[in-house]
Design a protein around this ligand. Structure first.
Ligand SMILES: Cc1ncc(COP(=O)(O)O)c(C=O)c1O
Length: 404
């Protein structure tokens, strides 16, 4: 008789957004006349920029011609894309990352879930709390997290680094040194971040203690403040302790196109073992390359026209972020984030739990957000709204919230 991976049985409940989807669908079924505004899931709404659409059309035409057809892509990704990434995302910021340290993928979710595979099963992980749930869940599936305590919402083998208004959402160094440290900055869900000087302290800590940092920079394009790093490799010594994950989903609207990349520097080693070599082996065995059409789309992101068109999109979402932040503050809410990220994090009013506030907002304002507790125990009592809706919907949602 076969047996299943029992670690999956340990996962509490369903994925956060499935639960939200079910609740919203049930409400809509019972109230078909209500116009629900969704500011919950972090999915973009603006269409793909014209210069990128053009690049994709051209690539599709190439695929339809025997002379320019492309089959399997190279494991690491096409050089034209890796060179564009190395030049624009790294060299332009003074980071010494070469094209062959970049692994192109189908998105940061897959990479953030898969990267733990190259580490020992008994490594101790540390996560910011609250944070993007994939880091903990993928480690649960791998059997690295111990026992779940439903009372506290915590796993026995996970080190939680609370990020709350009390510490200004800056993770503190844990008392017990972790082997793997997940940092998501700017942070999903809080929309807050740390300064480059504070990030440098994390790099120094990791190098001193022999920890590896898995740095998720999915929201880097939304940074507006000068003293915030766009890449962890802006910090000295990061190449010996950090892996960086990047996505094209939020800077270029590729949530449905699918493209991302991971940087594993060649200097990152565990004794004599190169993590770059391990990830290359894993990529070669389990991944057959991101599609040519998507990679040409990714290349267009780095053209001058691409940069200008995407700047407009990001400005559009950040105008929403500002409207939400100011609107909620005017309505008496305590709000955070929204300056270097498209997320606004608010304290729930009147001691409501995150899920109580979710139900309240859905029923009274017909607005969908995301309960903070879904991102970790320290998210309880908070709530996330995203700036990814249309401006009209964002303003309409705020109007409703103001009149609650
Ligand atoms: C922090 C973070 N990393 C990764 C992802 C997923 O990115 P991708 O669409 O490239 O898989 C998300 C998506 O919401 C995210 O919030």
């Amino acid at each position: 008789m076969f047996r299943v991976n029992e670690n999956y049985q340990k996962l509490p409940g369903s994925y956060l957004f499935s639960t939200i989807g079910k609740k919203v669908a049930a409400y809509q079924n019972a109230n078909p006349e209500k116009q629900i505004i969704r500011l919950g899931i972090g999915d973009v709404t603006q269409p793909i920029a014209p210069v990128i659409v053009e690049a994709m059309h051209k690539a599709v035409d190439e695929m339809g011609n025997a002379a320019t057809f492309h089959g399997y892509a190279p494991d690491l990704g096409y050089e034209f894309l890796r060179n564009a990434i190395a030049k624009n995302d790294y060299a332009a910021r003074g980071c010494d990352i070469s094209a062959d340290e970049i692994f192109v993928s189908d998105g940061a979710k897959s990479d953030s879930g898969n990267i733990q595979e190259i580490f020992a099963p008994d490594n101790k992980i540390a996560v910011c709390d609250p944070v993007y749930p994939v880091y903990v869940d993928s480690n649960v599936m791998a059997g690295r997290t111990g026992i779940y305590d439903a009372q506290t919402g915590m796993w026995s083998n996970v080190i939680y680094m609370p990020c709350t208004k009390e510490n200004n959402f800056v993770p503190e160094f844990p008392k017990k040194v972790p082997d793997m440290i997940y940092l998501c900055l700017p942070n999903n869900p809080t929309g807050t971040t740390i300064t480059k000087a504070q990030l440098q302290e994390w790099v120094d800590y990791a190098n001193k203690n022999g920890s590896v940092i898995i740095y998720d920079a999915a929201y880097e394009a939304y940074i507006t403040e000068d003293d915030v790093a766009h890449s962890i490799y802006e910090c000295e010594g990061a190449k010996t302790c950090a892996i960086e994950l990047k996505s094209f989903s939020k800077n270029a609207g590729f949530t449905g196109v699918r493209l991302g990349y991971t940087v594993v520097p060649k200097d990152l080693k565990c004794g004599d073992v190169s993590l770059h070599g391990m990830w290359a082996r894993r990529h070669g065995t389990k991944f057959n390359g991101a599609p040519y059409i998507q990679q040409r789309a990714g290349e267009a992101v780095y053209t001058e026209a691409g940069k200008a068109q995407l700047r407009e999109q990001i400005d559009y979402y950040m105008r929403n972020a500002k409207a939400i932040k100011e609107g909620l503050a005017d309505a008496g809410f305590e709000v955070f984030g929204g300056v270097n990220a498209p997320y606004i994090w608010l304290k729930t009013p009147d001691q409501m739990t995150s899920w109580e506030f979710f139900d309240y907002l859905l029923e009274k304002a017909n607005v969908v957000g995301t309960p903070g507790s879904g991102f970790g125990p320290s998210g309880e009592g908070y709530f996330r709204l995203t700036a990814f809706g249309s401006y009209e919907n964002t303003v309409a949602a705020l109007e409703r919230i103001r009149h609650l």
